[in-house]
Design a binder for this molecule. Structure first.
Ligand code: PGA
Length: 227
């Protein structure tokens, strides 16, 4: 660990899960259980349909939880049926996951489209979190936050090793310079410590294990005790 200065992102990626009631229950429980810390950034990324209700509850209760989206449009607002533009999302979210492997695979997102989305996010003061599946996937210009998520590790209960993730994070930082690298893929309360203890891993993007509020709170506690 890097002598007390390390900060750590804990980001919940709910994917296409939770209706509004379930989402609000989770946020109330997690928001009132996790500690506020300058060194830990807790972000929840629900579906679009839950964003505004969750935003209200975070603001009203001053919960130490940030709100993110799981995607955004490569276009500005206008005649793009079905799209959620960064220009409209900026009132709700501080961060957006971009280029998740499930979007690359199921919605044929390519590097060019991902670069457009990053540009939209940056123009609207939304932090883009770009998912890369290995160190050879290009990272768009000015993107300062990436998640290394090997496809085989996602939802498989077989995470990459903390040591290999650290190696990949180092390679990315050597190539792109000043950015933060998160690890994602089967992270849970049993294995978070291993990733936390790597110098170049600045957080975790958590899918399955983030759905359960108690498990997510446990992960946050382990991080706050271990930092
Ligand atoms: P997982 O998903 O934690 O369920 O493996 C991570 C992700 O897809 O971001």
């Amino acid at each position: 660990m890097d002598g007390g200065e390390k900060t750590f992102w804990i980001i919940a990626n709910w994917k296409s899960n939770k209706n509004i009631d379930e989402a609000l229950g989770w946020v109330k429980k997690v928001g009132s259980s996790v500690e506020r810390s300058a060194r830990i950034k807790i972000v929840v990324c629900p579906t679009f349909s839950c964003l505004s209700e969750i935003k209200k509850i975070i603001v009203d209760n001053n919960f130490p939880v940030m709100l993110g989206s799981q995607d955004l449009s490569p276009f500005s607002s206008g005649a793009y049926t079905g799209e959620e533009s960064a220009n409209l999302l900026k009132d709700l979210v501080e961060l957006s996951i971009i280029g998740h492997s499930e979007r690359r695979e199921n919605f044929h997102e390519d590097d060019e489209m991902i670069a457009k989305k990053v540009k939209q996010a940056l123009e609207n003061n939304i932090t883009p979190l770009v998912c890369i599946q290995d160190e050879n996937i290009p990272i768009p210009e000015d993107c300062k936050l990436v998640a290394y998520e090997p496809i085989w590790a996602i939802g498989s209960d077989t995470p990459d090793t903390p040591e290999n993730s650290e190696k990949v994070a180092k390679m990315i930082k050597n190539k792109y310079g000043d950015l933060q690298v998160l690890y994602g893929g089967s992270v849970n309360s049993e294995n978070i410590k291993g990733f936390l203890s790597q110098d170049d891993i600045n957080g975790a993007l958590i899918g399955g294990a983030s759905l359960d509020a108690d498990e997510f709170i446990k992960i946050c506690k382990i991080v706050s005790e271990g930092l």
